[in-house]
Ligand binder design. Sequence first.
Ligand code: PLP
Length: 509
Amino acid sequence: MDGAREALDMVAEETLDPLDWADVQALSHRVVDDAINYLRDVRDRPVWREMPAEVRSVFEAPLPRVPSPMADVYGEVSRTVMSYPMGNVHPRFWAWYMGAGNFAGALGDFLAAIQGSNLGGGNHAAALMDRQVVNWCKQMLGFPASASGTLVSGGSMANIIGLTVARNAKAGVDVREHGVAAIEKPLRFYGSDQLHSCHRKAMEALGLGNRALCRIPTDASLCIDVPALRAAIAQDRAAGFEPACIIGSAGTVNTGAIDDLQALAALASEEGMWFHVDGCIGALIAIAPENAHLVAGIEKADSVALDPHKWLHAPFEVGCALVRDAAAHRRTFAVTPEYLESTPRGLASGEWLNDYGLQTTRGFRALKVWMALKQHGLDKFGRLIDQNIAQAGHLARLIEAEPLLELATAPTINIVCFRYQPGLAGEPLKALNTEIMLRLQEEGIAALSDTTVHGQHWLRVAIANHRTRRGDLDLLVRETLRLGWEIAAEGPFGKAAIFDKPDNESRSA
Ligand SMILES: *Cc1c(COP(=O)(O)O)cnc(C)c1O
């Protein structure tokens, strides 16, 4: 190549790689150091804080057309994103339901991005590891080795995978070819009135519609009323519907209630129905020695959704769908377009993992789960689940010992619903407790959420957090009482007369 030609090539060709790798190396070492300090010191920071206007304005900046030094880019991320997190890695984050992350998992996400494989499938190490993590999930739940599964973005997608296989298996027609309109008798799916909202979205997306999902009432412990379910199935059958699938909840989002999975498995089998378990919260209790009995029967399900980014604390996102009948799973999703045909050898000789779900390109989610499991061992994750459940019991006892606090029900697992109760009812009680919840967040003390169960409003503490200590829950109780008293004294709940100053003597230690 002559010199002029070479010079031309040099101006014409660009890359995203740095000119000087040594610069990148120095900055990256700083990023890792900062990241480690960030997690080490998380307890010293507020759980959450409101962003000042100047931070918000950063996210309104226009599309950058020109480059900035990587150090400046990182500096901006550090000042904004890293400084104003959601807070779920903090020991006193108990809102909604999520995991607290872990460092090995974060390294896994980093290395997955560096290694860069596409988990649509193929013959490479990441694809084998993806299969292995799915196999490990089967083992955790006592599923047979012949079952199939797939890692997806989270529990919502995992439920959609399970429900889609259920629909196709029970439709009686080739839904893939002819669509839901060709189904002879309208399919009906059943779950409790405590079912997670993702099932409604799934039913809508599956073309079955929200009304095809029957919400069966729950008993006092918020578990599905099995006799009522049995009656609903019989009634629907008589009315010309096709009862297709029972969705059991292994840990409801409101209170952590676990349906009688053994009874549901038996009923589904009797009725020739698909049995799906939403185990996004509770499936992993199967690995916790003291509480595994609570989810006995989960291994009988036709499909299960579980969520490693909850109780395995994998960094977001990773969910997992398991399906007992691997052939039915493949039949639901497999398509082999001409550009994805397998070859006898080489890169395309591996399995196409996208035959088990809706995505074509798939991220390397397995690595973060694999690294954390290898580092800590499964038994430790099981003990941490038991620890969270014991902590919920501790919190419930503290609440019961406080005359001004009211416990909704004794927790089954790690979710505690309670409220500050100075003798109010209805909207004023809800407003007071909402204000307590907001100040706990705004003062950076703790992040709780709230919910309504059988018409009653409660503050909700979901302890899926390996950093939480009992002292954090003691603090929560103290601060709730302080805020309850302060807010009540301020009005508009007014009527300070009904709020006797909490008597310190009567409190538990
Ligand atoms: C969290 C949750 C889901 C949804 O899972 P994502 O990972 O948030 O998509 C579904 N069901 C239950 C019971 C859950 O707790």
